[in-house]
Design a protein around this ligand. Structure first.
Ligand SMILES: Cc1cc2nc3c(=O)[nH]c(=O)nc-3n(C[C@H](O)[C@H](O)[C@H](O)COP(=O)(O)OP(=O)(O)OC[C@H]3O[C@@H](n4cnc5c(N)ncnc54)[C@H](O)[C@@H]3O)c2cc1C
Length: 483
């Protein structure tokens, strides 16, 4: 069967393309080697900032898609019922920093089309953010900076794409892409050959490999790891905006940034590594994050760290995103080397590529595309009246499973029953926040495993943390040696 489009990669970029493509009358398949969307790459581990666009070099694709993408978030997040907050960003310069860099960033931002940028004096900065460190001397104010949950957005994009007819095939590692006649053949590790008129390469850290299989316009992906601490949401109110420091040639520097759920991220570092799948945290990296972040937040409550994590940026050797159809590979569309600001850019990349692909395939627009997706009700955010009404409809919403984040059994069951529903512990966690809180799932994971078993008809020993070999339980006590 020859499909219209196969998208390789179900990170935020692949899912944004799938959702935009599902506006058109096309047969779309998204394949990913991971067991869930937003699972196999850096979409699940980043700073979650919708960047203003002052940092990307003028004239680059990064600058273009950053600013366009930023402007699309308000409507997109309303349509998909994804939490989003335009809380602004501040790039803070400290004693010893070159303050004139703030003006350089402002001018670059203006050239890139970022509205409302303003260099603030120390007094203006302190008025906005009274808790900023004592050596802060001024800042760039970026009112269009915002925050969003990257995996919640990706799940919502994917669900909406499915509701509009796209299909997803997970646990499917692509091993080769080649053209035969008019058709692209996508070969998988399971020995399957999928066929399509057009292929989209949104494979994150493997996007260079697939690009290099089909075109002479080579691209290498150079992995750069970023490590983070996360602070409990009881400190959500300390800073209103995302607190950047002056960027360097290695990235946007160490941030102190609140998430839409109220936790605070400290990081990321920027370390060039060899293995793009090496998402370990290191004592050295975390120390570095802490030392820099203390300039922004001097009395940071280190006792309130609840976890650490790392993400790996798929840094393109060309220095810029690689988007579109190479001259020597017709109907092969790259969305390759999408490092930061990739989350911000994803909606604009999705829209642009979908239009180009639809045009090449002479597809017409559907008249029944539904842009709206309903989120799972969040018990923790409801009024008592709303809670009572929900429990009256389904008593499972009256049973709290995750105490740290106030997540109910009803939410967990809904997360499993949805299109592209959760199949793993992390799948439930990313859809509901069960296990994301202070105890980091110590209390709720056995109950979540039990609900997954009930809903999916599985044995507890079948349940994984994130698919593949990540089994949570190895056997039943007393059964050892019986076989
Ligand atoms: C530390 C860090 C901080 C960041 N902070 C920000 C930020 O604040 N704001 C922002 O805008 N951007 C940020 N980014 C960048 C952003 O996270 C990425 O640009 C974005 O997530 C890229 O999405 P993607 O879909 O291209 O890639 P990914 O999320 O990596 O998805 C690629 C997918 O391809 C799949 N895949 C790979 N190989 C194969 C194969 N052989 N077969 C099948 N599937 C395959 C993977 O499983 C994965 O699911 C940050 C990145 C990092 C690492």
């Amino acid at each position: 069967m020859v499909r219209d489009v196969i998208i390789v990669g179900a990170g935020v970029v692949g899912c944004a393309i799938a959702r935009e493509l599902s506006r058109w009358d096309l047969d779309i398949l998204v394949v990913d080697q991971a067991s869930d969307v937003a699972e196999g790459g850096c979409t699940k581990a980043n700073t979650a900032i919708v960047h203003g666009g002052y940092d990307a070099k003028e004239g680059t694709l990064k600058a273009k898609y950053n600013v366009e993408g930023n402007g699309m978030f308000d409507q997109l997040c309303v349509e998909l019922e994804v939490p989003f907050e335009r809380n602004g960003s501040l790039v803070v310069a400290f004693e010893g920093d070159d303050l004139s860099q703030l003006e350089v960033l402002r001018k670059r931002g203006e050239t890139n089309g970022v509205p409302g940028l303003k260099v603030l004096s120390e007094a203006e900065l302190r008025e906005k953010e009274p808790h900023v460190g004592s050596t802060a001397r001024g800042a760039l104010w970026v009112p269009t900076g915002a925050i969003v949950c990257p995996y919640e957005l990706t799940i919502a994009l994917a669900e909406n794409a499915v509701e509009n007819g796209a299909r997803f095939q997970l646990d499917t590692a692509v091993t080769g892409i080649r053209r035969e006649g008019e058709v692209w053949l996508v070969e998988t590790a399971a020995g399957e050959t999928l066929e399509a008129k057009a292929v989209v390469n949104a494979a994150g850290y493997q996007s260079g490999k697939f690009n290099n299989m089909v075109t002479a316009e080579k691209l290498d992906i150079l992995p750069r790891r970023g490590e983070y601490y996360m602070i409990d949401k009881s400190y959500a109110g300390v800073f209103h905006s995302a607190m950047f420091q002056l960027p360097s040639d290695k990235g946007k520097g160490i941030l102190v940034a609140r998430t839409v759920d109220g936790s605070i991220l400290i990081g990321p570092t920027a370390e060039d590594i060899d293995d793009p799948t090496d998402t370990r945290t290191t004592a050295e990296g975390l120390d570095k994050a802490l030392t820099f972040a203390r300039k922004t937040w001097e009395d940071m409550p280190t006792r309130s760290f609840i976890t650490t994590f790392a993400g790996v940026r798929p840094r393109p050797s060309t220095g810029d995103f690689k988007i579109g159809e190479p001259a020597d590979a017709p109907f092969f569309f790259n969305a390759a080397g999408i490092e930061s600001p990739g989350l911000t850019s994803a909606p604009a990349i999705g829209k642009d590529l979908a239009q180009r692909i639809a045009q090449r395939l002479n597809a017409g627009k559907k008249d029944n595309f539904n842009p709206n997706r309903k989120a799972i009700p969040k018990f923790r955010e409801l009024s008592n009246e709303e809670r009572a009404a929900l429990i009256a409809q389904d008593p499972a919403f009256g049973r709290i499973v995750c105490r740290c984040e106030t997540v109910t059994e009803g939410e967990i069951r809904a997360a499993i029953r949805r299109p592209l529903g959760a199949r793993t512990l992390d799948g439930v966690k990313r859809r509901t926040r069960a296990g994301m809180g202070r105890c980091q799932s110590g209390f709720c994971s056995p109950r979540v495993v039990a609900i997954l078993c009930e809903e999916l008809g599985l044995d507890p020993t079948d349940i994984t943390k994130f698919g593949g070999a990540s089994k949570l339980l190895v056997g039943r006590i007393g059964e050892e040696g019986k076989a």
